[in-house]
Design a protein around this ligand. Structure first.
Ligand code: HEM
Length: 479
């Protein structure tokens, strides 16, 4: 009896462990090499991004090793997978087999309670709270506020100018829109300080996490501490305003502060609010700014698309009394303009790809992906697949006329599944309103006609896209 007990207590688990290890050793790791220790393939990928050849780099890898291959990126063993099934696997497995994976620098700068770091129930809870503000039903009420920011921006930075540089201006605009709508931070000195520290903070997000004086990372961490302090003060003010009876729907922060859990305590903690304020700023302003910049570039290069966008926007403008603000119905009419944006997002997705981490050994397509490894997914692989998007190199917004023709998990500029971008509608509204005002108020020509961009890690057109502009108001006055 005693022998049997000892056997079951010690030997059975040992046997189980040995069988598991034997099984694991029988499974193959994917093809490819892990490269030089620590450096791996990171520099190759970063160089390719800078040279605008990252898509080519990844396609050549896929040709060489097939749909599953191993490499090493940012100091971690990684498996690169691509295709419809791979996208579905990455976006639907979240939280069980896979967790989100960010670099150490992102975690240290944005904080450990932002959505990127949360998983399971915590992720769902905070994400639902954010989504309650970012859903169309709620955003509908803020179109006017967004439009006001855009009109002021064009008046201040475009009217009266002959030449502007688009990307930095669009970053300024999308930053201001987020400050106003999401944080209720009005224009003025305090917003300017916030912007300054925020830019410094973003500067080190993709740097090597060496925290020594004078490194980019060190500056970024210091700026992150200042942004957190400012956010804390802002939250304190909003709390007081709420106590005095202010509306809980003034902005995202008041909305988050007002959501109660089952125990009537706040559903989202103060740290979670602060860390997600920083995430939203980081995730939401560059991406939209790049999209609008690429649309401006395309409209200068493609007369047919430009004419069609202009016609659509002028029809909307002419259907309204002069000076009346846009509304939800007007945005719904901007179908062609949004298809142009979608086609830009297909051909030059702002987010190149992302990472997940395996929480257990995973068997995928007959290969073993060991626990703790990274999985690397890339947007462009399905976007440029001719079987999914015929003639993938041709710019054709009409391919989005029938959404049912696009297979699930093939078009992924905003990701997919539980972590799909919650800012999709926000980005759509700000892009459409900005394009409305740009095409109805200005004409423009590119100053650099090379049509190139580098990834840093988001796409940056040559010289940030300088353009010569002429205000239509001026043209009207002349005629
Ligand atoms: C053209 C504009 C945008 C693009 C292309 C974009 C793209 C993406 C992608 C691809 C992801 C998913 C990453 C993954 O699965 O690992 C993501 C996540 C996210 N995005 Fe966006 N985004 C855009 C605009 C915005 C805006 C305007 C906001 C906020 C107002 C925002 C907030 C977020 C947040 C908070 C996440 C993390 C979600 C989570 O982990 O649950 N994004 N975005």
């Amino acid at each position: 009896m005693n022998i049997l007990f000892t056997f079951s207590l010690f030997l059975l688990p040992l046997l189980f462990f040995l069988v598991k290890r034997r099984r694991r050793s029988l499974k193959k790791l994917p093809p490819g090499s892990l490269g030089i220790p620590i450096i791996g393939h990171s520099l190759n990928l970063l160089w390719a991004m800078r040279a605008n050849t990252a898509e080519k780099w990844i396609t050549e890898r896929a040709k060489r090793y097939g749909p599953v291959s191993k490499l090493s990126l940012f100091g971690k063993p990684t498996v690169f997978i691509y295709g419809l099934a791979a996208n579905k696997f990455v976006f639907t497995s979240d939280g069980t087999k896979l967790s989100n994976q960010q670099t150490e620098s992102v975690k240290m700068i944005l904080g450990d309670r932002c959505l990127l770091e949360l998983s399971g129930e915590d992720h769902k809870r905070v994400r639902n709270a954010l989504a309650s503000f970012l859903k169309p039903d709620c955003l509908k009420n803020y179109i006017g506020k967004m439009e006001e920011e855009i009109r002021i921006h064009l008046e201040m930075h475009w009217q009266g100018k002959m030449k502007v540089t688009v990307l930095p201006l669009m970053k300024k605009l999308t930053f201001n829109i987020i400050c106003s709508l999401l944080f209720g931070l009005e224009r003025g000195a305090r917003r300017d300080v916030f912007v300054k520290y925020f830019q410094q903070m973003l500067g080190g997000m993709w740097s090597i996490p060496i925290n020594l004086p004078f490194t980019r990372f060190n500056r970024s961490l210091k700026a992150s501490a200042k942004v957190q302090k400012l956010s804390k003060e802002l939250i304190c003010e909003k709390r007081n305003e709420l106590k005095k009876g202010a509306s809980s729907h003034q902005d995202l922060i008041t909305c988050l502060l007002s959501i109660r859990g089952d125990d009537t305590k706040g559903l989202v903690s103060e740290d979670e609010i602060i860390h997600n304020v920083m995430l939203i700023m980081a995730a939401g302003h560059d991406t939209s700014a790049v999209l609008i910049t690429l649309i401006v570039r395309l409209l200068a290069n493609d007369a047919t698309v430009y004419e069609a966008v202009l016609r659509e926007q002028e029809e909307i403008k002419n259907s309204k009394p002069s000076g009346e603000l846009l509304n939800w119905e007007d945005l719904a009419k901007m179908k062609y303009s949004w298809r142009v944006a979608m086609e830009i997002l297909r051909t030059i997705p702002p987010i190149f790809g992302g990472f997940r981490k395996t929480l257990e050994d995973i068997e995928y397509e007959g290969y073993l992906i060991p626990k703790g490894w990274q999985i690397f997914w890339v947007t462009s692989m399905t976007h440029m697949d001719g079987n999914i998007f015929p003639e993938p190199c041709t710019f054709d917004p009409t391919r989005f006329e029938d959404p049912a023709a696009i297979p699930p998990y093939s078009y992924i500029p905003f990701g997919g599944g539980a972590r799909i971008c919650p800012g999709y509608e926000f980005a759509k509204i700000e892009t459409l309103i900005t394009i409305h005002y740009l095409v109805t108020q200005f004409t423009w020509k590119l100053c650099c006609s090379d049509n190139c961009f580098r990834r840093d890690p988001l796409p940056v057109p040559t010289q940030n896209l300088p353009i010569q502009i002429v205000s239509k108001k001026k043209q009207e006055n002349r005629s």
